[in-house]
Design a protein around this ligand. Structure first.
Ligand code: FRU
Length: 515
């Protein structure tokens, strides 16, 4: 396996690992939630917002509540702007006071969803909230339904925070609903600023001023419960409504659960409430549409209905049932999440396993190739060492042979020299024969024959003759001697035989001496 293939394999596996261990790169959004307060109604809304995130894991909510203080809320909105949230959900404490901060967010390009309470101006992206005017009209409707026979209904109104839009519109709705109905008299309107304790205190003092009132309309259930507490206070006002029924009380919100309006209805503390839905789920759905650039409804006004004591019980039952179902769904969600985590972990483990197995295979291949290569190198080294040794041996053999040959040669050379000298010494002796030569050389005729034949390729007779003739040739060339004189001086007894032998050896007659 070549190196690029190996790296490609690794890169592919790592990519696959990363790809499989996450759900792909989907954009993440941060949403700032600015709540004006932190009462039960807000908590329910926050819960609905959070619960809807099950379907939108790409969203993260950062929630802050301003403790019913508009200045604090403006600061909190500014810090959301600084954090560059992708979207702002705001429930303004007061419409006018919170407007500048909301406008700043809007101008900074942050989409703004106004929820429940409204804000002054037009710098917001969407609005989702209850129909406060309709809530006021339901109050009027209820008041008209309890007017006693023959005399007007005397009513105390406990209002929410001045400057908040629900306070304004609930009051307006009620007053419009009571138009042309002098039988309902609003004897006093006081501010409870949405708080139970405030409502208890103001109701207490108003009851001293107007001890004969028939009904109290509070703009939320918490203030309605506060008013009830004031009406039913023991000492020093025990017996406040001697002989008469205590005032009938209506609130708004209709929250089910501990301390909510429905529980107060069931306990008989209040007589009527109107639902005021929070629909956090719808708020998140709208946020998602805005973030994804999809079409959305700019203004959603949520409907409201009256709930009396009779409706409270089934409502409580239904709400309990829904809570049970939600608990089941939440448990299922937890299990699903756990299962998902486990499968993801298993998937990652599997991929890692495959990855390491492949790595092992690659390593094994590499190791095998390294092993094969080292074997080959070893074999080649051994082979060349063998060849070197062989050549060395050959060289040594050759050197030894050379030495031997040299020695032998020098013996032979000396022999040949001795042989020639002996023959040359007896050159003019025509009697000098092979017998006399072998005697002088101290060897038998047979030995001499073998040796001259081996070393010089001629027999001793031929050798003697050739040496005589070569000497004769020199003499013929270098002296003025006659052919006869030369023939005799090199041991020939017959000049004609000399000429014959001469021609045999040199290819020409001695007469051609001058050439
Ligand atoms: C909660 C609350 C509710 C009321 C609403 C009006 O903060 O006071 O009781 O219906 O706000 O905005």
């Amino acid at each position: 396996m070549s190196r690029p293939v190996f790296f490609l394999l690794c890169a592919g596996l790592v990519g696959c690992l990363i790809g499989c261990s996450s759900n792909g790169p989907s954009p993440q959004y941060l949403i700032g939630v600015s709540q004006c307060s932190d009462d039960a109604w807000r908590q329910r809304m926050n819960y609905e917002l959070q619960r809807e995130l099950i379907f939108h894991p790409e969203l993260t909510l950062h929630t802050r509540h301003a403790s019913d203080n508009s200045e604090i809320q403006c600061q909190q909105i500014d810090s959301f702007i600084a954090e560059r949230v992708d979207l702002l959900i705001v429930s303004p404490n007061e419409a006018e006071e919170v407007k500048p901060a909301v406008s700043r967010a809007y101008d900074a390009g942050i989409p703004v969803i106004v929820a429940d309470r409204q804000v002054s101006g037009e710098k917001w992206t969407a609005f989702i909230g209850g129909d406060n005017y309709a809530v006021g009209q339901l109050m009027a409707q209820w008041l008209l339904s309890i007017v006693p026979e023959g005399r007007p209904l005397r009513v105390l109104e406990i209002q929410g925070l001045l400057g908040s839009t629900p306070m304004v519109w609930r009051h307006k709705g009620m007053m419009d609903g009571l138009q042309g109905h002098p039988e309902v008299q609003i004897v006093a309107s006081a501010c409870g600023a949405w708080f139970r304790e405030n409502a208890r205190v103001v109701t207490d003092s108003l009851l001293t001023l107007y001890p004969d009132i028939d009904a109290i309309v509070a703009q939320n259930d918490q203030m309605a419960i506060g008013a009830y507490e004031a009406c039913n206070k023991k000492s020093p006002f025990t017996g406040r409504f001697l002989g008469r029924k205590s005032p009938r009380i209506m609130g708004v919100d209709g929250i089910v659960g501990k301390g909510g309006g429905v529980e107060a209805l069931l306990k008989g503390e209040i007589d009527m409430t109107a639902t005021y839905p929070s629909r956090g789920d719808l708020v998140i759905q709208t946020a998602v549409k805005i973030l994804h650039g999809e079409p959305f409804e700019r203004e959603v006004v949520l409907p409201t209905v009256l709930i009396d004591h009779d409706a409270a019980f089934p409502m409580q039952q239904i709400a309990d049932e829904i809570d049970r179902q939600i608990a089941v769904l939440e448990e299922l969600e937890n299990r699903y999440n756990r299962l998902w985590d486990t499968t993801r972990a298993q998937r990652i483990a599997l991929i890692l396993l495959v990855f390491f197995l492949l790595l092992l295979v690659v390593l094994a291949v590499v190791l095998y190739r390294v092993y094969r290569y080292s074997l080959r190198v070893k074999r080649e080294r051994e082979e060349s060492a063998r060849i070197v040794a062989q050549q060395q041996k050959q060289l040594e053999d050759m050197t030894a042979a050379l030495e031997r040959t040299k020695a032998e040669q020098s013996v032979d050379e000396r022999f040949v020299e001795q042989l020639q000298n002996t023959i040359e010494r007896h050159l003019n002796d025509s009697e000098f024969s092979v017998e006399s030569l072998s005697e002088e050389m101290n060897m038998s005729r047979a030995q001499l024959f073998r040796k001259t034949k081996t070393l010089m390729g001629v027999s001793p007779v031929e050798l003697i003759r050739h040496i005589r003739l070569r000497k004769a040739k020199q003499m013929l060339l270098n002296t003025d001697m006659t052919i006869q004189q030369v023939a005799y001086s090199v041991g020939f007894t017959s000049p004609s035989y000399f000429s014959k032998c001469y021609r045999e050896l040199f290819g020409s007659l001695p007469t051609a001496r001058e050439k």
